[in-house]
Ligand binder design. Sequence first.
Ligand code: ADP
Ligand code: MG
Length: 260
Amino acid sequence: MAAAGAPLIELREVTKRFASFLAVDKLSFSVGEGEIVALLGRTGAGKSTVLNLVMGSIAPDSGSISVAGCDPSRQFKQLRGRIAVSFQTDRLLPWRTAVENAELGLLILNVPKDEARRRALAWLDRVKLRGAEHKYVHELSGGMRQRVSLARALAVDPSIIFLDESFSQLDHATARALRTDFKRIAAEFGKTCLFVTHRIEDAIEIADRALILTQGARIALVEHVTAATRADPAATAAMHERIAQVLGHEDADTLADAAE
Ligand SMILES: Nc1ncnc2c1ncn2[C@@H]1O[C@H](COP(=O)(O)OP(=O)(O)O)[C@@H](O)[C@H]1O
Ligand SMILES: [Mg+2]
């Protein structure tokens, strides 16, 4: 586990209902500065709802959420430029090139055009997209699109980055390469990261800590992942198995990943 600093994200007894459906049931957890935490669970567990709460796009019914000392659903102006998100469906604009997509967040923050371009190009280089800067979205592979999306999120230099299933739609080799690069970049630039996934291998390869969520975003298991775990195939397999037990074996996708 990384030496976690003061909590940058903190949830206390957070509850969220959709009509009578309890999507998040008294969830409490925190993410320290520089830490990478995975929310791992099957479809419907409530992962995206938790992310929406932390990003401030929805407000909790009860409980409290603090992100960099702010209430994200009320103090979103203070959080401008400090948080960024990269989604699974990369949400790139097809009529813009890779670099024009990557600089979008900077332009929204009123960074001068020349500087936005310079920073976007630097980030495309860091996510290994040199040579693809001026390609349109349809000319990029799925993995490359996800890299543009990551560059766009990182370009605003946020202290906190949220990822929602950023690696889940890619084939295993492409996903692994992207996970490795993301982990290296997050460590190098000291980013705090909360990411959501339904794939066990995503969590084990990237996270310092994985919270395994069952329905109602209830934390059923917490796993601390270290470099030693990752380097040890037996320890990794045992962790896979513990998590798979909690998630349930009937999920074919999770099972296929666990069997790798
Ligand atoms: N806006 C909404 N209105 C009603 N139900 C919702 C809404 N958003 C999510 N839900 C329900 O909450 C549960 C958790 O959804 P979600 O957070 O998307 O799970 P996950 O991301 O883990 O797949 C699901 O049963 C989903 O149908
Ligand atoms: Mg989701």
